[in-house]
Design a protein around this ligand. Structure first.
Ligand code: NCD
Length: 467
């Protein structure tokens, strides 16, 4: 399988074998930086940054320059046509006719997918709202791989804003795929979103256990652990250790502590008001004195604010500057392969098979409930139709193909209702047997009874709890 002409929108777009092959190429390139200069000569990378960035944009641009290619940039939102109300699709088509590859960062979740769908050239997601940031994840995994030789079997603590941190979301799926255990250490109120947990369980086969008493509450416990993911290959499956305790979990030591800043720019109104200062967990010398952290790699996607003390910088366990530096060879490897300037030998892989879900895409479709999803923005609804994957029927759960948020519609009907008889045009409760009787290609969903009735459907016996 070649990477030429492919896009990287989510970390799912690369198999484990492809990730490892990119790491080998990054090794090769960083050992001989000067020799890479002719590789992408004559190629143009467009960087479209509709959100602030320094290291990600500069590391992409440095990578392209080191490959001998050139860079065109639109980084000032105010100066671009987006400010005039141009759609993402139009921007993508135009830039796709100027450049050979696009790197995009955008505040809307799913925006990178739209660019990839319309540009006609490879597109790399450099962060789409709180959704994903797959190239940061490559740098993170590369650092783990370099420092520990493997990701499999590691115990990684994710720290801080697990709700809005896009680097966190891509990293969670990658860690699960590579067989690491994950400790979730959120700042209170910034826990991992439910749709991320659901995907973790259904797609990667491990278990998530929530801890009864969050360690954060205890007075001198500095470790705000609230849930644990164990991979299917873990030697200690959670089912076998009921009443799991913080102490037991930490005894074997944490391999890496991945710290993130509060993503304030994405906070909802309710969260903004709440003063996080003093509540947001801080990684400092004192915390790292703990037994569990003796061998811990301290990582951070950067920029940091107050959550990671400067006193830790000189500690040999700190790896965040190396992590950032590795962004250049990783992005060189990625750009060169997507542009077809290099082929990579993909090793035998053991990633779990991708699940193919039935797709829900019809005229009668609820909008994605995520307010920052690209599919519901005014400039985009003129050409984008809501589209979902049917990821579960118990309870019926649709996952937006753009932002990957999930939701549970309350009512279902069949597009195959007619057979000439209007009295079979009925809607049913989504938790009745009908959800599995109706074939996926005929499924129609409604949020409310009013919506179903507005489209001429009548209640069946299986609505409103009468089943
Ligand atoms: C991250 C991002 O943009 O999501 N930064 C980065 O790419 N290095 C993390 C952050 O902004 O907190």
């Amino acid at each position: 399988m070649t990477l030429t002409n492919r896009s990287l929108v989510t970390i799912d777009d690369l198999s484990n074998g492809e990730v490892l092959a990119l790491f080998s190429l990054a090794d090769e390139m960083s050992a001989a930086m000067e020799e890479q200069h002719g590789l992408c000569r004559g190629k143009i990378m467009a960087s479209l940054f509709f959100e602030p960035s320094t290291r990600t944009r500069l590391s992409f641009e440095a990578a392209m320059q080191r490959l001998g290619g050139s860079v065109i940039t639109a980084s000032d939102v105010g100066a671009s046509s987006l400010a005039k109300g141009e759609s993402i699709a139009d921007t993508a088509r135009i830039v796709g006719s100027y450049a050979d590859i696009i790197v995009v960062r955008h505040p809307w979740e799913g925006a990178a997918k739209v660019v990839a769908d319309f540009a006609g050239i490879p597109v790399i997601n450099a962060g789409d709202g709180g959704h994903q940031h797959p190239t940061q994840t490559l740098c993170d995994l590369y650092t783990l791989q370099k420092e520990r030789n493997t990701v499999k079997g590691l115990k990684i603590a994710l720290w801080g804003d697990l709700k809005y941190g896009r680097t966190i979301h891509s990293l969670i799926f990658a860690l699960a795929r590579f067989g690491a255990d994950i400790l979730f250490c959120p700042s209170p109120g910034l826990e991992v979103p439910e749709h991320v947990i659901n995907k973790l369980i259904t797609e990667y086969g491990g278990e998530v256990e929530r801890l009864e008493t969050s360690g954060w509450e205890a007075k001198d416990n500095l470790f705000p652990l609230d849930a644990i993911y164990t991979t299917p290959s873990s030697p200690h499956q959670l089912a076998m250790m009921p009443g799991i305790s913080l102490q037991a979990e930490l005894k074997s030591g944490v391999d890496a502590l991945y710290v993130t800043r509060p993503q304030k720019e994405r906070f909802a109104a309710a969260e903004e008001g709440r003063e996080l200062k003093g509540k947001y967990p801080v990684v400092d010398k004192k915390l790292l004195k703990g037994k569990a952290f003796r061998q811990t790699l301290v990582m951070h996607p950067l920029p940091r604010v107050d959550e990671l003390a400067y006193e830790v910088d000189a500690d040999p366990r700190s790896k965040y500057f190396e992590q950032a530096a590795r962004g250049v060879p990783i992005r060189m490897a990625l750009l060169a392969t997507l542009l077809g300037a290099r082929e990579i030998a993909v090793p035998e892989e053991d990633s779990p098979p991708k699940i193919e879900y039935p797709v829900y895409r019809r005229y009668l479709s609820p909008a994605c409930p995520n307010p920052t999803c690209v599919s519901i923005q005014e400039t985009e609804t003129k050409y984008l139709k809501p589209e979902f994957k049917i990821v579960n029927t118990r309870p019926l759960t649709l996952r937006c193909v753009y932002c990957e948020h999930g939701f549970e519609p309350k009512y279902v009907a069949s597009a195959d209702w007619h057979e000439g008889k209007l009295d079979t045009k009925k809607y049913h409760s989504a938790d009745s047997h009908w959800v599995r009787t109706i074939r996926p290609e005929n499924l129609i969903v409604f949020d409310t009874e009013e919506a179903a009735q507005a489209h001429g459907f009548k209640p069946s016996h299986f609505t409103g709890g009468h089943h």
